[in-house]
Ligand binder design. Structure first.
Ligand code: SF4
Ligand code: SF4
Length: 229
């Protein structure tokens, strides 16, 4: 049922009218003020659902985002991302659904350049970061997230590019969900999603729609890759 729903959403997303979306973006207006808010944790914007406390900057990334960053930086997988510990299913093994951008000990994205107050991988940043603060819901309505750069004048060409990115992100995200759903089948019980606590020796399987990896957490050194297949 959910899979059919996702497939219908994908068809809808692929036929969305970019011109309408970009007109809405122009009406809202946007210019990045380089405040860095979206790259840093803000306790007032934590997402709390049941026992999950997801920081405002726990940024889910797609496998292709990770590849782009790795190609540009030469970093290993676990230098770029960490398991999404806010989206786990506990069964025989604890399964994390996908990856989030790795963060520094203070919670800031590890690619944020504190000295310059900007993204240190700007040209190679994930699609979700390129879209912020705009997103599309399943019907193509523009969602505007908290951001200090809204209500600033935006050029038509920039609004158009922004609209194109939003549609690309929405379709990529739905394709990603479909790949996860098809790859996990019965293992994916969304009612059992929960957050796991980081503790020494924690072993997680991570599935990102393409690869299943096994990682282990150690105090002081963080996550290490045990195996991927
Ligand atoms: S996108 Fe918004 S919140 Fe993020 S750095 Fe730019 S102005 Fe700040
Ligand atoms: S990748 Fe760049 S834009 Fe995205 S959260 Fe990290 S520092 Fe911010």
């Amino acid at each position: 049922m959910l899979l059919e729903n996702l497939k219908s959403q994908l068809v809808r997303a692929r036929s969305m009218e970019v011109k309408d979306i970009s007109n809405n973006i122009r009406e809202v207006g946007f210019k990045c003020m380089r405040c860095g808010w979206c790259c840093c944790p803000d306790p007032d914007f934590e997402i709390e659902i049941m026992d999950i406390h997801r920081p405002s900057n726990a940024i889910s990334v797609l496998p292709r985002d990770i590849r782009v960053i790795q190609d540009a930086t030469g970093y290993n997988l676990l230098d770029v991302v960490e398991p999404d510990i806010y989206s786990c299913i506990r069964g025989e093994k604890t399964l994390a659904i996908g990856w989030i951008l790795k963060r520094k000990p203070d919670g800031t994205c590890m690619f944020f350049d504190d000295n310059k107050n900007i993204c240190g991988i700007y040209e190679h940043r994930p699609l979700i970061c390129m879209c912020f603060p705009f997103f599309l819901d399943g019907s193509g309505m523009l969602e505007v997230r908290h951001c200090y750069g809204t209500h600033q004048q935006i050029e038509g060409i920039d609004a158009l590019e922004s609209g194109q990115r939003l549609v690309r992100y929405l379709t990529s995200k739905i394709e990603h969900y479909i790949a996860i759903w098809e790859g996990l089948g019965a293992e994916l019980d969304l009612d059992k999603l929960s957050q796991v606590r980081l503790e020494h020796g924690l072993v997680l399987q991570v599935f990102d729609g393409e690869t299943k990896s096994t990682v282990k957490y150690s105090d002081g050194t963080g996550f290490h890759l045990v195996q991927d297949y």
